[in-house]
Design a protein around this ligand. Sequence first.
Ligand code: FAD
Length: 267
Amino acid sequence: TKLGGLAVTEPGGGSDFSGQKTKAEFVCGQWVLNGRKCFITNYHADVNVITTVTGQDEKGRNQLTAFIVEKGTPGFNVGRHENKLGLRGSNTGDLNINDVKVGEENVLGKVGAGAKIGMACISEVGRAGMAAICVGILRGCVEEGVKFANERILYGKPIAKLQAIQFEIANIRTDYEASKLLLYSATGKKDAKIPAATDFSLAKYFSSEAAVRSSKRAMDLMGGYGVINEYPVGRFLRDALASIPSGGTSHIQQLIIAGSTLSDFKA
Ligand SMILES: Cc1cc2nc3c(=O)[nH]c(=O)nc-3n(C[C@H](O)[C@H](O)[C@H](O)COP(=O)(O)OP(=O)(O)OC[C@H]3O[C@@H](n4cnc5c(N)ncnc54)[C@H](O)[C@@H]3O)c2cc1C
């Protein structure tokens, strides 16, 4: 089994997918890659798929090509390791690409198909994974919130009897169930081979924002204990916050959702 990664984002801005600067040129029967990628999950992986600019189309837009590059290829080196707020169990860092020479067999798909390949991977795999992490965080918020509310005694009875605490529990549970259903709906479509890019944006956008607000709610209902690191809810909030940019920010998900809604619901 080999560990893999997808390297699209560059220091110049991850949201501007087609504005990337890493280049690949075909020289004397070999592809020569130059550039830098950042914020790459599993940047230390055995193999990374790197998106590069290999030309422009007739409208002057960048044409992208994806390459499979193996660890240890001369000129292909890991750079800085990011010290993240959350999702600290996964490695995130830079890839430095200096005169990396690979053969034609390293082209993934066809020359010029890199945008399609990269976007398919981000939208239907990366966002699915991120939404699933957020559903897990939300499940944790429900379990920790209920446990604490039942165990913490105030005024001679568990705080679970207080209506304000019940409202918090209800909101957390609703976020959990809604996120799970959005994710299952998207994955069900993918299993049935129905295009589901917008569905994964809906699931990722809703569940990551829900995980942030619900982990804050779980912390609030725990009073001072919420900020004590013995309890996992602080980590839930840090992980939820780190999920927002990963796989494209909430702004980008909103643009995708709005674009498809404006065309799908046109009278
Ligand atoms: C934990 C983690 C893991 C990651 N893993 C990977 C990975 O494996 N591979 C990979 O390639 N990348 C990865 N990324 C990078 C991630 O995809 C980018 O961080 C993300 O796309 C945003 O890019 P940026 O950080 O450069 O922000 P920018 O693109 O610079 O955005 C800055 C701000 O501008 C807003 N913005 C940008 N464009 C628009 C617009 N058109 N309309 C409105 N607002 C806009 C953004 O929402 C944001 O608020 C990861 C990031 C994190 C945090």
